[in-house]
Design a protein around this ligand. Structure first.
Ligand code: NAD
Length: 357
């Protein structure tokens, strides 16, 4: 099969880890008889430096013509001036909007050999394997009014949590469909005891459940969900939630795994085209040292194969290889214990490539 993949390495360790994920994808193409055409474009700080925009038109055009997009990370101290007209992170919001991406998927599956790296006790981590599906385009981040006001000598500020029925329906539907390929347990997270938008969310999720009778649907209040993530994380299969709750819960979920460097993510819209990126940032503290863990990016490439290119066997081959190399003790600096041999970024990818069958 022929596919066109746009890469957006970005800033800091973004290029280091993206290069390794591309090497893994090239190996997959060769091994499984596919043709992948890679096209590199600018985003983030480097795009600001070269074009003045965090998301140049040419980048967005290329992404809209591609089958899938693989992103590294954006940002860094060089572009942190609060007075700057544009910031690297503007590129992220713009590309999500430009590509019509409304769902962010973050799988959380700690590797048993790395249970020591989790802040939770080993027995709590055992069996943890869930995905958080976060709504990306609605809620507090975008609702209007969103402004500061001056009244009677006081300043106030307002944000608006607004959701339309169609926004709720499309994300909850994705949650139901995803869990049908897994354990068939959907936790719809809201704050229906307080928020009107959450009451609409819960009403629609309940109504849609009729179309998915094989799925067990639980409504979980966001405060309860936050507690359950640390007291019983293995009880979750798929969590679906709105933008702000998702932002907070996905970071809480990420620390269960032990290192930011290990986790992939996918952002999806209505079609199959998606944007795939590790959850970590540009890690300026280790940029240019060649020691970043590339597994978050490599596992993002596996998600790209699964969700956008529909190459399930190839995705599984990467995930199995990562599983094996971790079981056999391959470690980058962020996941090594004292005295363990430490591999650099390329060596980690070599260990994955060598195990792809
Ligand atoms: P970060 O994720 O870049 O780093 C946090 C810590 O985790 C650092 O100590 C870093 O060295 C470590 N780390 C991250 N990825 C790693 C990897 N692959 N291997 C080994 N160690 C890794 O978060 P931060 O320091 O808060 O942010 C740095 C910059 O990244 C900021 O400019 C921020 O705005 C940006 N950022 C970008 C994204 C994105 O592009 N999606 C996400 C988060 C932060």
């Amino acid at each position: 099969m022929n596919f066109h993949i746009v890469t957006l390495p970005g800033d800091g360790i973004g290029p280091d880890v993206t290069n390794e994920a591309v090497r893994v994808l090239k190996h997959i193409a060769e091994k499984f008889g596919h043709q992948f055409r890679f096209e590199q474009q600018l985003i983030g700080g480097i795009a600001i430096d070269e074009t003045g925009s965090a998301l140049p038109d040419e980048t967005l055009r290329a992404c809209l013509n591609a089958d899938a997009v693989l992103l590294g990370a954006v940002g860094g101290p060089k572009w942190d001036d609060p007075r700057a007209k544009t910031r690297p992170e503007d590129g992220l919001l713009a590309i999500r909007k430009g590509m019509g991406l409304f769902a962010n998927l973050r799988p959380v599956k700690p590797h048993p050999a790395l249970a020591f790296a989790s802040p939770l006790r080993e027995e709590k981590i055992r069996g943890v394997d869930f995905i958080v599906v976060r709504e990306l385009t609605g809620g507090l981040y975008f609702g209007k009014p969103k402004e500061r006001r001056q009244e009677n000598g006081h300043v106030s500020a307002v944000d608006t949590m607004e959701y339309h029925d169609y926004e709720i329906r499309r994300i909850v539907d994705l949650g139901f469909k995803l869990t049908q390929t897994r354990q068939k347990k959907l936790a719809s997270v809201d704050k229906a005891n307080v928020l009107a938008s959450s009451r609409l969310w819960r009403e629609i999720a309940t109504e849609m459940h009729a179309d998915y009778p094989d799925v067990k649907l639980d409504h979980v209040l966001v405060d309860t969900a936050a507690m359950r993530l640390v007291t019983a994380p293995a009880s979750f299969d798929v969590i679906v939630t709105e933008n702000t709750f998702g932002d907070i819960l996905t970071d809480e979920a990420a620390v269960l795994v032990g290192s930011m460097g290990l986790l992939p993510s996918a952002s999806l819209g209505a079609g199959t085209r998606g944007l795939y990126e590790p959850i970590h940032g540009s890690a300026p503290d280790i940029a240019g040292k060649g020691i970043a863990n590339p597994l978050g990016s490599i596992l993002s490439a596996a998600m790209l194969l699964r969700h956008s290119l529909k190459l399930e066997n190839e995705a599984n081959a990467i995930e199995r290889a990562v599983d094996e190399m971790l079981s056999e003790g391959c470690r980058s600096a962020d996941i090594a214990r004292e005295g363990e041999q430490v591999l650099n970024t390329s060596e980690m990818a070599d260990e994955v490539i060598g195990r792809i069958r």
